[in-house]
Design a protein around this ligand. Structure first.
Ligand code: HSE
Length: 438
């Protein structure tokens, strides 16, 4: 009989438990497809006695991830602990140094240390697989690393955080408050341990940093990503967007521009009829624009135990099928030493249309002063709408919505400063970028 591939799994949370169940339930199917049995020989988690509703029979329990990573009982170290540094980082290094292949779902770890880990895995002739780190069950890493080898990518963008998309969808569909939707996302188990990572865009930025590296052959650079989350989006914005034919989504976008790579995570207006606008709830979608193939879009579950375990299992099967010297290539699509620095295009140079929502004093001259400030920056307006005010001081205040034609971020910021200094604005201006699609 062919020798089994022996797994050591560190971290038995939602994904770890789903993976153990999957490997047990589909043992014969995996054996057939991988050409050898896949067995879990070692496990590690924080609490040995926790009831996870799964059987750990036949698996050796390790009290710390490092000893599991180095154990002679395993061939592959599966890191499902999470966290950008230790203990995950040192356990992964220990595993590679001990000659074990590594599978990880840890986007934060890869965003921060991915290049170093890729280099280590290559120097040891081992595989470092991370399909589950980006967009959960969607096989986007495989597509970018393997299927698009003959392409130059110009833009990769998408909805990569299920929690944010779930919140925005429910706010729009049910008119619920942001806080109520976030509480439900946490109860359903797809928000991060600290949900600010979801709602402030950090989780999307980690995933985008990995995709940008694969797309452009650059070193992973999470700090080069412009970041703005969804916590300031209100139901007023969502309603106004819909009235004007748009929907608000938290997008991660990385594109090649003449000034370098523009990487950004922020709420964006997308046309109501566009495919990305149809992505609802916890579903993720990733779109890739490339020279040879054209445009691709993949959508599917971006979080959740089974969907993420499906991606982890595919990485494991790739290792089971690989032979020394016949593997699927470097972790980041090209040798880590050949990755070039991420040359950052500054956000102030970003070009696009903008949605602006202002609450202003309802007085003669207000609209003229706004138009003047826009004209000073040579910003052309596509539409300007005064909506009916709500609430107590409704008679003195007027909500105004502007949609601009393409301009630059620098111009729009200067115009908004001018409008603020004119003293007719109540509260802060809301500014949401319109994403140019197709
Ligand atoms: N918190 C993440 C999300 C989980 O909501 O998409 C998957 O990375």
């Amino acid at each position: 009989m062919t020798s089994p591939l022996r797994l050591g799994i560190a971290g038995i949370g939602t994904v770890g438990a789903a993976l153990i169940r999957l490997v047990q339930d589909k043992a014969s199917m995996l054996e057939e497809r991988c050409g050898r049995p896949v067995e879990i020989t070692g496990v590690n988690a924080r609490d040995k006695n926790k009831d996870r509703g799964i059987s750990l029979e036949g698996m050796t329990w390790f009290d710390d991830p490092a000893s599991l990573a180095k154990s002679d009982e395993i061939d592959v170290f599966v890191e499902l602990m999470g966290g950008e540094d230790d203990p995950a980082l040192s356990a992964v290094k220990d595993a590679l140094n001990a000659g074990k292949h590594v599978v990880t779902a840890n986007k934060a770890l890869l965003a921060k240390h991915g290049v170093e880990l890729a280099q280590l895995s290559e120097s040891k002739g081992l595989l470092l697989n991370f399909e589950a780190a980006v967009a959960g069950g969607i096989p986007v890493i495989k597509v970018m690393r393997e299927s698009l080898t003959a392409n130059s990518v110009s833009r990769v963008f998408g909805i990569m955080n299920g929690t944010c998309n779930y919140i925005l969808t429910r706010m729009e569909d049910e008119g619920l408050s942001f806080d109520a939707c976030l509480a439900d996302a946490q109860a359903l188990g797809f928000a991060e341990a600290d949900p600010t990572f979801d709602i402030e865009g950090n989780d999307t930025a980690h995933k985008l940093a990995i995709l940008a590296s694969l797309a452009f052959g650059t070193r992973i650079a999470p700090d080069a990503i412009y970041l703005e989350g969804i916590s300031k989006i209100t139901t007023d914005d969502i309603e106004a967007a819909r009235d004007l034919g748009y929907r608000i989504k938290l997008l991660g976008v990385a594109s090649r521009t003449s000034a370098g790579v523009e990487s950004r995570v922020h709420p964006a207006m997308v046309p109501l009829g566009s495919p990305i606008a149809q992505i609802a709830g916890v579903t993720n979608a990733v779109s890739i624009e490339a020279d040879t193939v054209g445009s691709l879009m993949m959508s599917g579950p971006g979080a959740g135990g089974d969907a993420t375990a499906s991606a982890v299992a595919s990485d494991i099967c790739d290792i089971a099928k690989s032979k020394p010297g016949h593997q699927h290539g470097p972790a980041l699509g090209q040798p880590a030493v050949s990755l070039v620095p991420h040359e950052r295009a500054e956000m102030r140079a970003h070009a696009g249309g903008y949605f602006i929502r202002l609450t202003v004093l309802d007085q003669p001259g207000t609209m003229a002063s706004i138009a003047t400030r826009m004209a000073e920056q040579e910003i052309s307006l596509e539409s300007i709408v005064q909506r009916r005010a709500k609430g107590e001081s409704a008679s003195e205040l007027a909500p105004i919505i502007l949609i601009t034609h393409e301009t630059t971020e620098a111009a729009i910021k200067t115009a908004l400063k001018g409008i603020e200094s004119d003293g007719r604005l109540k509260g802060e201006a809301q500014m949401i970028r319109i994403e140019k699609l197709g």
